[in-house]
Design a protein. Sequence first.
Length: 330
Amino acid sequence: MKHTFEKANVLITGGLGFIGSNLAIRLVELGAQVTLVDNMLPRQGGNLFNIDPIKDRVHINFSDIRNELSMNYLVREKDYIFHLAGQVNHVDSMRNPLKDLDINCRGTLVLLEACQHMNPDTRVIFAGTRGEYGKSVRLPVDEEHPTNPVGVYAVTNLTAEKMVLVYHRVKGLDGVCLRITNTYGPRHQMMHDEYGVLNWFIRKALDNDTIPVFGDGKILRDFLFIDDLVEALLKTAATPGAYGDIYNVGSGKGVSFQELAAIIEALAGRGNVRHTPFTQERKEVEPGDYIANIAKLSKATGWTPTVPLSEGIARTLDFYRKYGAHYWKL
Ligand SMILES: NC(=O)c1ccc[n+]([C@@H]2O[C@H](COP(=O)([O-])OP(=O)(O)OC[C@H]3O[C@@H](n4cnc5c(N)ncnc54)[C@H](O)[C@@H]3O)[C@@H](O)[C@H]2O)c1
């Protein structure tokens, strides 16, 4: 892995956000030449502080993935394109579905068209969501599980995923799709609670505030630490045989919201767990229990998660204790 990305020319869409910036930092460490494109969509994770450790070693382009001229230019000469730009707010996808559709579907198509015309030899790694499965009919969820998304965000992700696979199959553009579980860690937005529940619990604990657990708190989720996701993205990108397919990324373990809140409260030594009824908006997009079956990705790439939940939470708490001021304000 160490040398695979040395001198590789890499584009990250959504590169100033949570996943994009953590990936960029790792790629710079590995010797890659990294370009980030981001439109700083309001209320999402784009934050210049995210790339503070590498700010003089990356190119930043403030543009929108829906801008054909920008994308035609930016995809040129790139060996890998990690496609992480998206409308990621589940709640907002129900309030503003056309915006979600436009960014997640049209934006992905603009990118794919740009690749096909300007750089057909590039490789596209798409970050989809476990939300594409919807309500689980069995656990753990493998890639053969039915897809019945419960919200617009998950529908547009599923559609974008299928477009990446069509371009792979029909147009010969290498593409691979990940269905990513709830991921947490340093550099996630901490301004509001509309996405990124674990990070929100951490904020509430650090503020010594109420940590709100919806309903009875028994719903199970699979939480993955960001460094493990970054490694999964890199290993997938570097595995030629992985392209043309979809893979789950998760920890493979389930934890209830109630247990999660208690772990965070204990590790932070602050905060106060309290149960609260679901809001109607939340209820509508809540798919219930989820645990990823990660055997397919492990077999294809050799990747396995390495950071236990308590360690990941402790590392996240440390990060925001130091740098919270860059993340707290809206
Ligand atoms: N974080 C998770 O738990 C998780 C889970 C599953 C899937 N994903 C997917 O991973 C990707 C990255 O998510 P994240 O957690 O880093 O979110 P994020 O909000 O931190 O980052 C997304 C970035 O994309 C940018 N962006 C949005 N629309 C854009 C556009 N039209 N043009 C250019 N940039 C645009 C935003 O400004 C932001 O910086 C998303 O596609 C998301 O759906 C994330």
